[in-house]
Design a protein around this ligand. Sequence first.
Ligand code: ATP
Length: 537
Amino acid sequence: MTAVELAGITKRFPGVVANHDIHLTVRKGTVHALVGENGAGKSTLMKILYGMQKPDEGTIAVDGEKVAFSSPADAIVRGIGMVHQHFMLADNLTVLENVVLGSEKLYGIGAKARRKIKELSDRYGLGVRPDVLVEELGVAARQRVEILKVLYRGARTLILDEPTAVLVPQEVDALFDNLRELKAEGLSVIFISHKLGEVLSVADEITVIRRGTTVGTAVPAETTPRQLAELMVGSELPTPETAESTVTDRAVLTVDTLRLAAPSGKALLDDISFTIHAGEILGIAGVEGNGQTELVDALIGLRHADSGTIRFLDQDITALPTRKRREQGVGYIPEDRHRHGLLLEAPLWENRILGHVTEKPNSKGVWLDLKNAQQDTRRIVETYDVRTPGIDVTAASLSGGNQQKLIVGREMSHKPRFLIAAHPTRGVDVGAQAAIWDHIREARREGLAVLLISADLDELIGLSDTLRVIYDGKLVADADPATITPEALGSAMTGAASGHLEDEENPETPDGATGSPKSAAPPASPASPESPEDEAR
Ligand SMILES: Nc1ncnc2c1ncn2[C@@H]1O[C@H](COP(=O)(O)OP(=O)(O)OP(=O)(O)O)[C@@H](O)[C@H]1O
């Protein structure tokens, strides 16, 4: 039985055909994955299915009946629900309030609504408690509330846009259990992800989109991550190179007993001390919300510490403003590219200048040098493979992964001595991810010091020379990236460990316990033949 059928979908934007004659059939009771490179057209297709955009051509059928949506409200009436990558819950409201908000007509706002929430939560194993405040929930719990919210509105087909990007391995397993419950009840899930190992483990069917059109389908049981990646790019992938340590004994960044408190007095960062040397990547592992944002803000100068010092090369920069830090060689890949990395409504070349107004090639003396800035934007677009019709389009019109490539290209172009990299490849496809790792590794060979924060534990383990775990604003543990497994690191991140983490085999998840020995092919890219997913197959 077909849940949703998209046929001959075409959607054009100025200078780009985002979708061209796309065909997608989602059967009831299945997880259907949608994969493709950055800019391939996945989000556009889903926005069309969810009524956020109108196709120029093509038809949509739900339960065998042709439909035309002018808004998400139309889509939800026909049972199509979308769980966005950026959660849209109100922090200061309870779970129940968030769920019923805008849908009061369905089950009211009282006992009936609460009963319905309980019922859905129990049926699909979501563990949602109606009366807690959303601000008290972690990322995974918020995601379950988002899922419950669309189920509450009667969704029978759920679109999940990169749902695992922010989850630790254990949470990913729990989410996949939830998806199995949904399937068992005959619901369908459309799953967008760049993590091909996960796609192969959770999907029943896979549709591959390349350059705006459907190029094929893959049967998960008969496909490796590498084959899937090759189907996405249409050619063979290079094997990641071996990376040897380049750590030196020259301190580039030294943080000493840094403390930062909330207005309430609660410590957001407490007693943070570490040194990063030239040629070293220090990885910080942690569940979101344990002080990572505050640490990054303190290092780039968006917030100032209450006590403690930050030394950069030979200088105390604790009180230095952001612009001065950047001018002196601190690069910054922010965790939220929409809030800190880009001016969405400005053209790409203006975004190339952003944050580096006073530096070459953007300025000459006291004047902006637009011609050079524009030329350099073209170079970045070329070097970092930013898929765009030109440098005059707005940053908003780029796909998410291509926005990220632009930011990384901009920051690396200024040859930083110290790079703050928060989720540097979030939303980026496997090919571009490998390219970004290469750029970072090359700069590291030349002496770059990096603070790496990433929810992608394979990336964190594979790229880092040193690993520390942050929990509740403190650095509570350290681990050796050569031996630690994503599972052991994942457990440590939830606060279960302190001190030095020993490598431990986790008997319950044998396929994940292979880790990614540093000497092999770090990071263990899903596209690499040595990757754990391959061995599990
Ligand atoms: N509103 C828009 N205006 C102009 N161009 C757009 C707009 N939305 C998308 N595009 C273009 O359409 C193409 C497909 O983008 P889309 O966001 O669908 O890709 P994607 O497969 O979801 O990529 P990613 O994996 O990076 O999220 C891209 O070239 C993008 O620049």
